[in-house]
Design a protein around this ligand. Structure first.
Ligand code: PLP
Length: 456
C-alpha cells in the first residue's frame, strides 16, 4: 500500500473491495470456471496464450461471442468492451464489412502463396492512407517490426536500432532494452534470450532531443523505431515540436525513422503521423488493419524502398530472414481491403473520436470529484487514466506511475459491473459502435469503484 500511485487510496478499503470483487467474480462465472478447469488439462497455464492469465481475475473469463462494442461471456453476461482486443477490434468486433469480405473469400481459397487482385487494391489504399509508396505484409505487428528493422539494417549497412525507454513493439527481441538508472539494461523477464541485446540496441528517453542526438552521433544507427506517442507503459505524448526536431536529427544522422502506428492509429485513418504532418521513412501498422484477422503491413518511402530492394538484389541467393509462408494470403488481403476501404475512413472515426473525448472528460471529472491526484491522457479513440498528477513526459515517469495491484483491483471491479478495460495499465478505446450510454455506464462504474477505495 506504499506505492506512490496509492496516494489518496485507503489501503484497508482497497483490500476489502478486492476480497469482495474476487468473491463476486467467482460466484457469477461458474461456466468460465469450468472451462478454465477443462483447459488446464491440455493448455499450458490453462489458456491459449499465457498473457490471458494477466487479467487479474481468479480464473480466465471465457468468451462466447463478440459483436460491435459488446462481448458476451460463457456465463451469458453482456459486457461493454473498452479493451477491444487491445486495439485488434478497434473498429468493433466482427465489423460487417470485414465479416462479409471473409465470408466471400472464405470459400474461394484461403492461402496459395500467390498474389491476388485484392493485394493491388490494398497497396493502393495503404499508400493513400499513409503517404508512403511501397509496402510489404506480415501476419502480426511484431513480425512487421522485425522485418522493417532487418530491411533497414540491410539497406543502411548499419548495425544498431534505437528505441525509446518503456517502448513496446511486440515480441521483436531487439526492443527489450530499458534504461535502468540511466544504463541500457536487457529486460530480465525475457525468456530464453541468449544474445546480449545491449550491443545492438540503443535506448534513450522519449522527449529528450539531446539524448537522441548524442545516441545518433556515432553514425551506427540504422533506424529509430518509435511509437509517435508511447502507449504501452501508459501513454506519453510528445512535447510540442518534439517530432519535427527529432525527425530532422534522425535524417541529419542518416538513420531512418520508423513510426509504429499499431496503437496510434487511434488518431485517425492515417495514424498519428498523418494527423500531425510527420513524414516518417517507414510506417508499421498491425492489429486493427484486418478488422481483427491477423495481418500487418509496413511501408517505406521511395528512397528507403529503393535501398532495401538494392540490398536484396545484391545479397547472395537464399533466405532473406523476412516473411512467413502464409503472409499476404488472400483471406488477409480481403480483410485488409475491407478495413482500409470501409472502416479506416474519416466518417467512421468521427463518432469514435467524439465519444473518446467525452469519456476522457468524464474520467477527469470523476477523478476530480474523488480528489485523487491522477491525470487522464487522450490520443484519439484512446484514453487512459494514470496514477500521477501530471501527464508523464517519458517512459521512466510513466513506468513509476504503474501499480499493477491497484490496476487489477479497478479492472476487476469494473468487469463485475459489466465493463471491460485493457488488462495492462488503464487504457480504454471507443469503437464505432460504442454508444453514449456505454460511456455513461463506464463512468458510473468508475465513480462507484473510486468511492469504495478513496481515503476519508
Ligand atoms: C505499438 C505496438 N506495436 C506492435 C505491437 C505488437 O502487436 P502484435 O502482438 O499483434 O504482434 C504492439 C502490441 O501491443 C504494440 O502496442
Amino acid at each position: 500500500m506504499d506505492s506512490p500511485a496509492r496516494a489518496g487510496i485507503d489501503g484497508a478499503k482497497a483490500q476489502a473491495l478486492l476480497r469482495a470483487e474476487l468473491a463476486a467474480f467467482e460466484a457469477a462465472n461458474p461456466r468460465s470456471r469450468e472451462c478454465s478447469a477443462r483447459a488446464a488439462q491440455h493448455l499450458m497455464f490453462g489458456v491459449p496464450l499465457h498473457w490471458m492469465c494477466d487479467w487479474g481475475t481468479p480464473f480466465a473469463l471465457h468468451l462466447r461471442e463478440a459483436q460491435g462494442a459488446q462481448l458476451v461471456d460463457v456465463d451469458g453476461h453482456a459486457l461493454v468492451d473498452f479493451c477491444l482486443g487491445d486495439s485488434g477490434a478497434m473498429f468493433g468486433h466482427s465489423p460487417a464489412a470485414v465479416a462479409q469480405a471473409l465470408a466471400h473469400q472464405g470459400s474461394r481459397g484461403l492461402t496459395a502463396m500467390l498474389a491476388s487482385e485484392d493485394a493491388c487494391a490494398v497497396g493502393e489504399l495503404l499508400a493513400q492512407r499513409f503517404g508512403l509508396p511501397l509496402w510489404q505484409f506480415a501476419l502480426s505487428a511484431t513480425d512487421a517490426n522485425r522485418y522493417v528493422v532487418r530491411w533497414l539494417r540491410a539497406a543502411s549497412g548499419r548495425p544498431k536500432l534505437l528505441v525509446f525507454n518503456g517502448c513496446y513493439h511486440g515480441t521483436i527481441e531487439d526492443v527489450f532494452v530499458d534504461l535502468v538508472d540511466g544504463r541500457p539494461t536487457q529486460r530480465a523477464s525475457l525468456l530464453g534470450q541468449v544474445h546480449d541485446l545491449t550491443r545492438t540496441t540503443v535506448v534513450v528517453e522519449f522527449n529528450d532531443l539531446a539524448a537522441l542526438e548524442a545516441a545518433l552521433a556515432a553514425g551506427d544507427v540504422a533506424c529509430v523505431l518509435a511509437e509517435p506517442a508511447l502507449t504501452n507503459i501508459g501513454m506519453v505524448l510528445p512535447d510540442p515540436g518534439y517530432w519535427e526536431a527529432a525527425q530532422a536529427l534522425i535524417r541529419r544522422h542518416g538513420a531512418a525513422l520508423v513510426l509504429d502506428e499499431t496503437h496510434t492509429i487511434s488518431c485517425g485513418p492515417g495514424g498519428y503521423a498523418r494527423a500531425h504532418g510527420l513524414q516518417p521513412d517507414a510506417v508499421v501498422i498491425g492489429k486493427p488493419l484486418g478488422g481483427g484477422l491477423p495481418c500487418a503491413a509496413y511501408g517505406f518511402s521511395a528512397e528507403w524502398a529503393e535501398r532495401a530492394v538494392q540490398a536484396k538484389r545484391s545479397a547472395p541467393p537464399g533466405h532473406s530472414g523476412i516473411g512467413t509462408t502464409l503472409t499476404g494470403n488472400p483471406l488477409a488481403m480481403a480483410a485488409m481491403r475491407a478495413t482500409l476501404g470501409e472502416l479506416m475512413t474519416d466518417a467512421v472515426y468521427a463518432p469514435m473520436l467524439a465519444l473518446s473525448a467525452q469519456l476522457a472528460q468524464g474520467l477527469r471529472a470523476t477523478i476530480a470529484r474523488h480528489r485523487l491526484p491522477w491525470c487522464v491522457t487522450q490520443l484519439g479513440a484512446r484514453s487512459e487514466f494514470q496514477f500521477r498528477v501530471t501527464p508523464p513526459r517519458n517512459g521512466s515517469q510513466a513506468g513509476a506511475a504503474l501499480d499493477p495491484g491497484l490496476e487489477h483491483l479497478i479492472h476487476l471491479a469494473l468487469l463485475n459491473r459489466g465493463v471491460l478495460i485493457t488488462p495492462f495499465h488503464n487504457m480504454m478505446l471507443t469503437c464505432p459502435q460504442t454508444t453514449p450510454a456505454d460511456v455513461a455506464r463506464l463512468l458510473a462504474a468508475f465513480d462507484e469503484v473510486l468511492g469504495r477505495i478513496v481515503a476519508g
